[in-house]
Design a protein around this ligand. Structure first.
Ligand code: HEC
Length: 153
């Protein structure tokens, strides 16, 4: 890439950051809570089939649920977490401020959430219930490790 093009790209990327940051704190909180609720709703379908055995297997439903969870995990939710949106500064949120002192750990958890969700998509495509249960539990472990550290009770 030519130097000027590189700097142009850099300027564009730097300039476009505030556009994302302009999202109000309330909107960040609402959007991330909805995204996690949506992931949980989809996770319940997989759990009901693969772990509890309480629902009949609809291959289409389970594939759709796994795709939805992976979509949340891969959506780049980091931009929905500004420092001002933690529960020491904002209302109606359970995000703990230590999140921002431990960004390396947060990043690792977020990465695992994405990787395990992507793997779940593959396992679901094979339709092996025990394998799905096992992989689903790995996804849930990543949910839990984030909640245990960064979500207030
Ligand atoms: C990177 C950290 C992280 C990961 C991974 C994560 N969560 Fe969360 N989750 C949070 C935080 C932080 C909150 C609190 C958000 C708030 O109140 O602003 C939360 C909130 C929630 C909520 C409550 C939403 C509401 O309405 O208040 C549910 C349900 C939830 N998560 C489910 C899940 C499930 C299911 C997964 C995995 C499939 C998951 N989360 C993965 C950090 C995470």
């Amino acid at each position: 890439m030519k130097k000027t093009a590189f700097f142009a790209a850099l300027i564009i990327s730097v300039v476009s950051v505030p556009a994302v940051a302009e999202m109000s704190v309330d909107d960040q909180i609402e959007t991330r809570q909805s995204a996690y609720q949506f992931a949980a709703w989809n996770g319940k379908k997989i759990k009901a089939w693969a772990i509890e055995g309480s629902e009949e297997y609809s291959e289409q439903d389970i594939i759709a649920a796994a795709n939805a969870i992976a979509a949340v995990a891969n959506s780049g939710m980091g931009t929905l977490f500004s420092r001002d949106s933690a529960n020491d500064r904002a209302e109606n949120t359970r995000l703990k401020p230590n999140f921002f002192n431990e960004l390396d750990n947060v990043k690792n958890i977020a990465l695992s959430f994405a990787q395990e969700s992507n793997e779940l998509k593959k396992v679901v495509a094979d339709g092996d219930r025990d394998a799905v249960a096992q992989q689903f539990n790995k996804v849930v472990d990543t949910c839990k490790s984030c909640h245990d550290n960064y979500r207030a009770d």
